[in-house]
Design a protein around this ligand. Structure first.
Ligand SMILES: [Zn+2]
Length: 459
């Protein structure tokens, strides 16, 4: 009987705005281990007679840089885990691709090459990336399989795990060893400008599946990259897993050229403008404002009160603001139903600090729901999004009671989109500001569209 193959699963996934003052450490990361990690990947390895060794998978809500000491410690622990699991025929790494650690130019490359160093050159390394991740030569040199999300907003995470696991399973069971080729594309825009719900990305991404069926191609990907990283690795790219290098390079070039040619068509997937324009636009029916510059799920701090300030000034009624991060708010408010609070910039995210009377105070799920100048505001202990309808229901909030919902978000999450409400993305300041001309640009490669306008893509 053939010997059963052994693979390990693990990784680290976060997205780091280099413009955020807020460092990520242990408290920001959730650790998925054991059977939970196997369930997360949800691939029938048993059918392939493969034994799975779950290591640990660390993930966080996007944020600021990862603290260097925490990164070093975590990486060291992970490499010990993987060493203990050796010998391994394969490794499945769940990554994001936009991690930033001060002093380390390419953290994913650093992590993946360290894994390669432990498992040796014969082990198949398969990686999953977020399409907002950045890729480098160091990453590509050390992997055998690459698969990234093909939807933004991301609704194909499980499918991506499946693709990466499927290629890994086939390869460790004696299939031809794949390789990965890539082509950087000198374009770097936000996820909001490259949503797969609208053109041009809708068509480009729709094509990828058909590329997978080409002879010699296993998995075709377009990486948008992460725009709020002022680093040398931030760039879009085409990345193709293949068993025929020539076919891989050709498909890679095709994807890269298509994206490049469509660069001038990249635009926001919803109505946008500054705060004044947003308030002038407000319809009478229920609508949604997305405070995009402070969106925690893109790396924003989530503590800014710019929009709240403007709503108060304009005396807009029927508003729910969900939410603003204000650590320590619950202990401050406990035991009272009316008091004065200061809101805004509590984590260093900038913007105004507003001193306001808080009334009708109630608590739930590490949140305080308060009325500030007539505006219902959810003040949260921790940085978090309000992207799911259950986030509101869990706090006893009925959206029908409001005329306007303000969330810290870029493009709307699928659940908020499902409300079919008129919506407006406010181009606010913050760590993930959508005005690229306002972003410091010291370390990115040059030229990159739209920071500069490169004349030609391929020599
Ligand atoms: Zn993403």
């Amino acid at each position: 009987m053939a010997k059963r193959k052994r693979i390990a699963i693990g990784g680290i996934s976060t997205e780091c705005s280099t413009y955020s003052p807020l460092f990520q450490t242990a408290a920001d990361f959730e650790k998925v281990q054991g059977s939970l990690l196997v369930d997360l990947v949800d691939f029938p390895f048993e059918k392939y007679e493969i034994d799975v060794h779950p290591l640990s998978y660390l993930k966080s809500i996007p944020g600021g840089p990862v603290e260097a000491g925490f990164y070093a410690k975590t990486k060291g622990e992970f490499m010990e885990q993987i060493k203990d699991a050796c010998p391994l025929d394969g490794v499945l790494l769940l990554m994001h691709g936009a991690m930033y650690v001060p002093g380390i130019e390419d953290p994913e490359g650093d992590w993946i090459s360290a894994v390669r160093g432990v498992v040796g050159k014969h082990c198949i390394i398969s990686v999953c990336f977020d399409l907002h991740g950045n890729v480098s030569d160091k990453i590509i040199r050390n992997i055998d399989v690459f698969a990234a999300y093909r939807t933004a907003p991301h609704i194909d995470v499980k499918k991506t795990y499946y693709r990466a696991a499927k290629h890994l399973a086939a390869s460790v069971n004696g299939g031809r060893r794949p390789e990965v080729v890539w082509s950087p594309i000198p374009v770097l825009v936000s996820g909001e400008m490259s949503s797969t719900c609208i053109e041009p990305c809708k068509s480009i991404y729709a094509q990828l599946e058909s590329f997978d069926r080409r002879k010699g191609i296993l998995d075709a990907n377009l990486m948008i990259g992460y725009v709020w990283a002022d680093t040398g690795t931030a760039i879009a790219s085409a990345v193709v897993t293949c068993t025929d290098q020539q076919a891989g390079v050709q498909t890679c070039t095709e994807i890269a050229e298509t994206y490049w040619q469509k660069r001038n068509e990249l635009s926001f997937d919803m109505r946008t403008g500054d705060l004044k324009a947003a308030l002038d636009w407000l319809p009478n029916e229920f609508s949604i404002l997305a405070d995009s510059g402070d969106n925690p799920t893109a790396g924003g701090v989530g503590d800014r009160a710019d929009v709240l300030e403007a709503l108060i000034k304009d005396e807009i009624e029927g508003v729910l603001v969900a939410g603003i991060t204000a650590p320590g708010i619950i202990s401050k408010l406990q035991g009272t139903n009316k008091t004065t609070v200061t809101v805004g910039g509590k984590l260093g995210g900038g913007g105004p600090g507003l001193t306001l009377n808080a009334e009708n105070i109630c608590f739930k799920n590490e949140c305080a729901v308060v009325k500030l100048h007539g505006i219902t505001t959810v003040l949260t202990e921790r940085r978090r999004p309000f992207h799911n309808l259950s986030d509101f229901a869990d706090l006893g909030i009925d959206l029908k009671d409001y005329r306007l919902l303000v969330v810290k978000s870029g493009y709307l999450s699928p659940e908020l989109q499902s409300l079919s409400a008129p919506s407006f993305m406010v181009l606010t300041d913050g760590a993930v500001c959508q005005h690229f001309d306002r972003l410091e640009n010291k370390h990115r490669q040059r030229p990159i569209f739209p920071f500069q306008n490169p004349v030609q893509l391929f020599p």
